[in-house]
Design a protein. Structure first.
Length: 94
């Protein structure tokens, strides 16, 4: 029997396991995967903005264009997102 693919879960439920996380926007949006590489975002994914040689927060528009259902940002880096998009705010995305 074939699997139907990744199982979707509500973003807010997933974020409950992250210490210090807050959810803004539509926490009921269903997510199927996570990535920190905006080029790997697929519809239903969560884009995690990681600071490094490139600041992932700069790639939020690209991730949303690729279908990200939610983004995870560091506290103090929040921004306006389109309707039906969720945002997780955490102390540190690393």
């Amino acid at each position: 029997m074939k699997s139907g693919g990744p199982r979707a879960k509500p973003f807010a439920a997933v974020m409950q396991s992250v210490p210090g996380a807050q959810v803004q926007g539509d926490g009921t949006v269903e997510v199927v995967g996570f990535t920190q590489d905006s080029r790997q975002v697929r519809p239903g994914y969560v884009f995690v903005c990681v600071r490094g040689s490139h600041d992932g927060h700069s790639f939020i528009p690209e991730a949303l264009e690729r279908g990200a259902a939610a983004v995870v940002v560091e506290a103090g880096r929040e921004r306006e997102l389109p309707p039906l998009t969720a945002m997780g705010i955490v102390p540190d995305t690393r």
